[in-house]
Write a protein that binds this ligand. Structure first.
Ligand code: ADP
Ligand code: SF4
Length: 695
């Protein structure tokens, strides 16, 4: 290990328990619940195996009045839940780590769609009611004193169950818009009793939760307070630097650990496109001055230098991570072994968060194995060895080809990888040059760094292979990873791609990747892909000094980026760059000087000036080579080819995460004659079904 990083490996006490090092996997959503307890246990245990000294759950509901359905959420309501969570704690303990549980009451930020209990809130104010997951038709109830007592009682009951389940650290949650936070903020807490008004009174609910939890389990468990400080830090206080200073000073040593963060998912868990590494520091840098107990915080830290700097500069005592631990569960061990160049760095794309919004177990662009540890038996660092001495030719060096080559090489295949361009990386090479996307280059960097070190890998850049050459090479296995092409399709009022728009000055992102950009504006960007690229291309064109109009049939710019926490900032970026925005809009025609746009619903048309049009809409596989080789199937045996498959975008165009997964799956299964798709998990029901909770 580099001695510079020694401080990261020093144990630290959290109340009555001791964390073995400073790597702290903070609570984060996983899309895993009591429905898939083995998937969940293997997922968290892999991080403990990779060296994280503390591994926490995501939000765990204390009572049916905290019911986030249809989003996936975990529970600690009864003894079956205790058994289910015990799988996690046992598996985490096996690797010497502490297990933390984020007990959680959502208050007005949950709609209780399944339990049908009217949501709880300090003052009847609905939470962010236009956001995904928070929308509901029922306003929350105003909690009376007995409601407050109930919530505290449920927290205590859940804390006792958490202890029975084997957790070492138990949380109180006063962040991210949930109930504890709603009491802290004057907008949502307008009470005139002892729980509302002054900062001290608004802090009372959190204090009572902490004290009750400590009394119940504090002799054996560390009691952590998770709190959002972004808004409070911006608000003046009569006697302190800010209301954040006041809250932390008031509660100072009441919890055993401060877990400090921002206030909403888009700011707390910001995409790298808009939020750099360490973006939390200006908000939370003061906390250690107001408390003697340890402080943990995050910042999408992937480099050990930035991590150790947080400790050395007295900002944090423990380096928290959610996404870096997802992208590389073995990050701490790699630092411990002096292998920091092998860290698979998070790119900040937030596909992981999108999977929670999708309601499914976690997925990651960089780490195809995440969530598949138990279901598919995929380990992030280990593979089963191939015993056949077979060769693999991968054609195309984008994310799919690079991942397939790397995993097959680790399995022991002799791997050749040919790429038409002079540089490997495929679509990432171009996209990482666009505004805000530089860290996406890590997808290529991690894989190329590993491939270059392997003796059984031959890299062939600047080699566009034809069918004849593939047959001549005669590798046992051929993977076609040749990517996809953007088309010039328009979009119909039936919301389907139709008719291609051909002619001069009609561009797609493929033109930009090849260095062909419009030379004059105004430019119309027509986006029905709805992910990031249309918005990013509009930004890039504007930065090139062209006047840009962005139009989309969707209701928002880059509509799908609501899933990745980017959308509010996409709108800000368009506005900041002076880009005109038309939503619910179709492109009807373009004559080189004007474009005709129409309203998606009313069909009303208007003509705008446009010297160029960029269409970011439909993609089709670039799989000609695959079909040419299929047509010559009769020659395969003589050439020595046993298998021929398409992977990544060449099979089905998708996000980079899909391409990496596809390449990974291909290489894991190469040579298998038979394999199960995946194992199906089942809930643990040792005890008979019973009441959801007893009041
Ligand atoms: P994916 O996301 O599926 O990996 P990409 O589009 O990122 O797809 O990458 C595909 C890569 O395949 C591109 O870098 C492209 O240059 C390369 N490619 C396409 N056709 C050939 C070919 N015939 N020989 C070698 N490389 C090719
Ligand atoms: Fe990082 Fe993207 Fe993986 Fe999330 S999905 S951990 S943001 S690389």
């Amino acid at each position: 290990m580099n001695p510079r990083y020694k401080a990261l490996f020093e144990p630290i006490k959290i109340g009555p328990v001791t964390a073995p090092n400073r790597f702290y996997q903070v609570p984060h959503a996983s899309g895993m619940t009591e429905s898939n307890p083995r998937v969940r246990a293997a997922f968290r245990a892999t991080k403990a195996e990779g060296g994280w000294g503390v591994v926490c759950t995501g939000a765990v509901s204390t009572h049916p009045s905290s019911d986030d359905s249809p989003l996936p959420f975990a529970r600690l309501w009864d003894d079956n839940d205790v058994r289910s969570h015990a799988l996690v704690t046992d598996a985490v303990h096996e690797h010497g780590a502490l297990a933390g549980v984020e007990l959680w009451h959502g208050g007005a930020a949950v709609m209780n769609r399944t339990s049908r209990i009217s949501p709880y809130s300090p003052s009847g104010i609905p939470w962010a009611a236009t956001h995904v997951g928070f929308m509901g038709l029922q306003k929350p109830r105003i909690m009376d004193k007995s409601d407050i007592r109930d919530v505290i009682k449920w927290q205590v009951a859940a804390a006792l169950r958490a202890r029975s389940a084997g957790f070492d650290i138990v949380y109180i949650y006063a962040g991210m818009g949930y109930l504890g936070y709603q009491f802290l903020m004057p907008e949502t807490n307008q009470r005139s009793d002892e729980y509302g008004g002054s900062v001290a009174k608004r802090t009372r609910f959190a204090r009572e939760l902490i004290e009750a939890t400590k009394e119940a389990v504090g002799d054996t468990c560390g009691v952590a307070l998770r709190i959002s400080l972004e808004e409070l830090r911006g608000r003046p206080s009569d006697h302190y630097e800010s209301q954040a200073h006041e809250v932390v000073s008031l509660l100072s040593d009441v919890p055993d650990l401060w877990d400090v963060k921002m206030d909403s998912s888009p700011t707390d868990c910001g995409a790298s496109r808009f939020r750099p590494e360490g973006a939390h520091e200006p908000v939370i840098d003061f906390v250690k001055q107001c408390t003697a107990v340890p402080v943990v915080g995050v910042g999408r830290f992937t480099s050990p230098d930035s991590m150790v700097s947080q400790l050395n500069r007295g900002v944090l005592d423990l380096v928290g991570a959610a996404r870096p631990s997802i992208a590389d569960p073995f990050l701490p061990n790699k630092i411990a072994e002096g292998r920091e160049d092998d860290i698979r760095e998070c790119i900040g794309c937030n596909i992981c968060i999108a999977s929670w919004h999708d309601g499914v177990p976690i997925r990651c662009t960089q780490n195809a194995t995440i969530g598949e540890e138990w279901r598919k038996g995929w380990h992030p660092e280990r593979v089963t060895k191939n015993v056949t001495n077979e060769s693999l030719l991968v054609i195309g060096g984008g994310p799919a080809g690079l991942e397939a080559a790397l995993i097959a090489a680790r399995r022991g295949y002799d791997v050749m990888i040919a790429e038409a361009a002079t540089e490997f990386g495929g679509r990432v090479n171009f996209e990482a040059q666009l505004p805000g996307l530089a860290s996406w280059g890590r997808v290529t960097d991690y894989r190329m760094n590993a491939l270059k070190q392997m003796p059984n890998v031959q890299l062939f850049p600047a080699n566009r292979l034809q069918a004849d050459e593939v047959l001549e090479i005669g590798a046992c296995n051929v993977a076609i990873a040749t990517g996809s092409s953007w088309t010039r399709h328009l979009y119909s009022s039936l919301e389907l791609p139709v008719n291609e728009l051909n002619g001069p000055n009609v561009f797609t992102p493929d033109d930009f990747a090849a260095g062909r950009w419009p030379s004059a504006g105004p430019v119309l960007v027509f986006d029905f892909d709805n992910y990031y690229l249309g918005g990013v291309c509009a930004e890039a064109l504007s930065k090139h000094g062209l006047k840009v109009h962005y139009a989309t049939p969707a209701g928002h710019a880059s509509a799908w980026t609501i899933m990745t926490n980017e959308q509010p900032y996409v709108h800000q970026a368009l506005a900041h760059n002076g880009i005109e925005l038309s939503t619910l809009t179709l492109l009807d025609s373009f004559d080189g000087e004007h474009a005709v746009l129409s309203d998606l619903f009313s069909s009303e048309t208007r003509r705008i000036d446009a010297a160029a049009v960029v269409i970011v809409g439909m993609r089709l596989p670039a799989d000609d080579l695959y079909h040419q080789l299929l047509e010559r199937e009769a020659e395969h045996a003589q050439a020595g080819i046993h298998t021929l498959q398409r992977i990544g975008d060449a099979r089905a165009p998708g996000a980079i995460a899909h391409a990496v997964y596809s390449g990974h799956e291909y290489a894991r299964q190469l040579g298998d004659t038979e394999h199960a798709l995946y194992l199906r998990d089942l809930p643990i029901t040792e005890h008979e079904p019973g009441p959801a909770s007893v009041n």
